[in-house]
Write a protein that binds this ligand. Structure first.
Ligand SMILES: Cc1cc2nc3c(=O)[nH]c(=O)nc-3n(C[C@H](O)[C@H](O)[C@H](O)COP(=O)(O)O)c2cc1C
Length: 321
């Protein structure tokens, strides 16, 4: 066994036995493709890489050979690698997908190893594209049109965050979550799930607060699993330290009262399950000082019970779990 494959399943079994072709295009985000391959492998997947000529100019195929522990397809030969890979794979992930490659796939053009594998798989097996490019390219009307066209053909897209004028590439964990969601069981499809996560804060004065050390990890893990299993998820998230997951509706809140109101507002729209995984402040200052307290000043802060986040949810959702 190639030594790189020793990590197979080291982080979980969510993708055990799954076969993924990782298509890599000529974007600077190709530098992150080894990390994407390794994350998929740590969850149990077998990964084979296929690269466009532009991608090969930006990162070495040797690096992808090391990352995946298998041969990398950079050109098609008499072995008809594109047909073999298309038959072998459970899913084609193109990460990063350039404006050029996604537009070509939308138009049925096939002139690189990546577009050839896409041609052989489109309509037969799931395709997940992770676009990465400058915002100007992502907002180009032709590219927008091609993205819509791809969605109409059943291609899955990870919608990038526009930051620093770039359609930013998601974290490898987010991409692997999406792959797991597409390949995993969908036994929560059709369910609407509300999850609370993280701490809340209560203000003493405009600067000072009381809070707790909750990171939000538990609620975020629940939200991710529910989403992966096909549920529509609303995450009501206090100021935790964990990044919010992609693909769920995130409602950011600060105080316990804000969390209570957000839960009630979402509950009014209906839900099948509610997970109270947050650690809201159960005590809050009886009065809030409107001015900043000065250092050296002696003040008494009386703590009183904060509102209960679960408040009226049971009454609003008598059937929910
Ligand atoms: C350093 C560098 C970075 C690039 N980054 C991107 C990018 O992030 N997204 C993109 O769509 N094109 C990017 N391009 C342009 C593509 O490489 C170019 O359109 C190429 O034809 C894409 O070919 P491919 O889709 O076959 O990989 C970049 C080019 C260079 C030289």
């Amino acid at each position: 066994m190639h030594p790189s494959k020793q990590i197979l399943g080291s982080k979980g079994t969510g993708l055990k036995g799954r076969k993924i072709v990782l298509g890599i295009c000529g974007s600077v985000a190709a530098s992150l493709s080894p990390a994407v391959a390794r994350e998929l492998m740590r969850r149990g997947a077998e990964v084979r890489a296929v690269m466009t000529p532009s991608a090969c100019k930006l990162i070495s195929p040797q690096l992808m050979h090391w990352a995946t522990g298998g041969p990398v397809v950079c050109e098609l030969t008499g072995e008809v690698e594109h047909i073999q890979l298309a038959e072998w794979a459970d899913l084609l992930l193109i990460a990063p997908a350039t404006a050029n490659t996604l537009s070509k796939i939308a138009c049925g053009i096939d002139d690189t190893p990546v577009t050839s594998v896409a041609s052989a798989m489109l309509g037969r097996k799931p395709l997940l594209l992770v676009p990465a490019m400058h915002a100007s390219m992502y907002q180009n009307p032709a590219v927008c049109e091609n993205l819509k066209k791809l969605q109409g053909m059943g291609v899955h897209l990870m919608v990038p965050k526009i930051e620093e004028e770039k359609a930013k590439f998601p974290r490898p964990e987010e991409i692997a979550d999406e792959v797991e969601r597409l390949l995993g069981p969908k036994d929560m499809q059709g369910l609407r799930v509300i999850v609370t996560a993280g701490p809340t804060i209560e203000r003493i004065d405009p600067i000072k607060i009381i809070t707790n050390r909750s990171s939000g990890k538990m609620g975020i893990a629940l939200a991710e699993v529910a989403r992966r299993r096909g549920a529509e998820v609303v995450l009501i998230y206090g100021p935790g330290t964990e990044p919010a997951p992609s693909g769920v509706k995130v409602v950011r809140v600060e105080t316990t009262e804000e969390m209570r109101r957000a839960v009630e507002s979402e509950a009014r729209q209906g839900a099948d399950m509610v997970f109270f995984a947050a650690a809201p402040q159960d005590l809050m200052p009886e009065r809030r000082f409107e001015r900043k307290l000065r250092s050296g000043e002696v003040v008494e802060v009386r703590l009183v019970p904060a509102p209960r986040v679960s408040g009226e949810v049971r009454g609003l959702l008598p059937q929910a779990v």
